[in-house]
Design a binder for this molecule. Structure first.
Ligand code: ADP
Ligand code: ADP
Length: 224
């Protein structure tokens, strides 16, 4: 019942060329259902590389990536895209919402792309936005929302297709400390309620301490 399994991941950039850098040197990680894991890493340690490989956006040189027991590191692009859409949710430091669409539409779009009907997608978007305290903001475009509100919409979008694993890269890194604290609490509540698993990169050790488990990425490997 493991949602994510990474086995012996190796990743090197510029192999055999000047600037060769071995970023992952045997990364192993198992995340069971419902577990929320903090990933702490100094800048340049390979945090983004690790999240991209776990998120099926990049491939390792060797090693295994399994999502819900399905081995996907060597799978076709089609299967990997399907898994990204159905089983993974992504949140970044910057919201990456589509500027020309409203909050509600931004949360509807991944559902429509997955074949949901418009009414169902709207209903789910409304429920999610309500859950994060944005029921009064559903018709606003991102530019009309505060940083904390934009990020809350981004959480709803990430959860729109009810993924089993959330991958987040400094999800509140762009916010001032007080807002970051509140908005992070909203994210944790959402994750706990849905019972999903999460791998959340953060520099903030107070936030990391609120998760189930803290891992450090250093010298190409993970330590508890
Ligand atoms: P982090 O997210 O922890 O800052 P990254 O995973 O972005 O680290 O990068 C780890 C190391 O790999 C850095 O030294 C970075 O410069 C290098 N790197 C990342 N992506 C590439 C790439 N596409 N080509 C060459 N080097 C890269
Ligand atoms: P499509 O082009 O059909 O939307 P993609 O492969 O681009 O399919 O997207 C599938 C999923 O992966 C989407 O939910 C998207 O958010 C995510 N995704 C795609 N590319 C990236 C990326 N570079 N960084 C983060 N998430 C991505």
């Amino acid at each position: 019942n493991d949602v994510l399994t990474l086995e012996k991941l190796e990743k090197c950039y510029n192999r055999g060329k000047p600037g060769e850098i071995s970023v992952l040197r045997g990364v192993n990680l198992t995340i069971p259902r419902g577990q929320v894991v903090a990933l702490v890493a100094p800048s340049g340690a390979g945090k983004s590389t690790l999240l991209h490989i776990a998120g099926l956006l990049d491939t390792p040189d060797s090693g295994r990536v399994a999502i819900n027991g399905q081995e996907l590191s060597g799978a076709s692009d089609r299967r990997r895209t399907e898994a990204r859409r159905n089983e993974l949710g992504f949140v970044y430091q910057f919201h990456h919402l589509l500027p020309e669409f409203t909050a509600e539409e931004n949360v509807m779009l991944p559902q429509l792309a997955n074949g949901a009907g418009k009414a169902a997608a709207r209903a789910r978007a409304g429920a999610l936005l309500d859950r994060v305290g944005l029921s009064g903001r559903i018709d606003h475009r991102p530019s009309a929302l505060s940083g904390g509100e934009q990020q809350r919409v981004a959480f709803c979008r990430a959860l729109a297709n009810a993924p089993s694993l959330l991958l987040a890269d400094e999800p509140t890194g762009n916010l001032d400390p007080a807002t970051s604290d509140t908005v992070f609490g909203v994210l944790m509540d959402l994750v706990r309620e849905t019972g999903m698993s999460a791998l959340i990169a953060t520099h903030n050790l107070d936030l990391a301490a609120r998760m189930d488990r803290v891992l450090r990425l250093e010298a190409g490997a993970l330590t508890e």
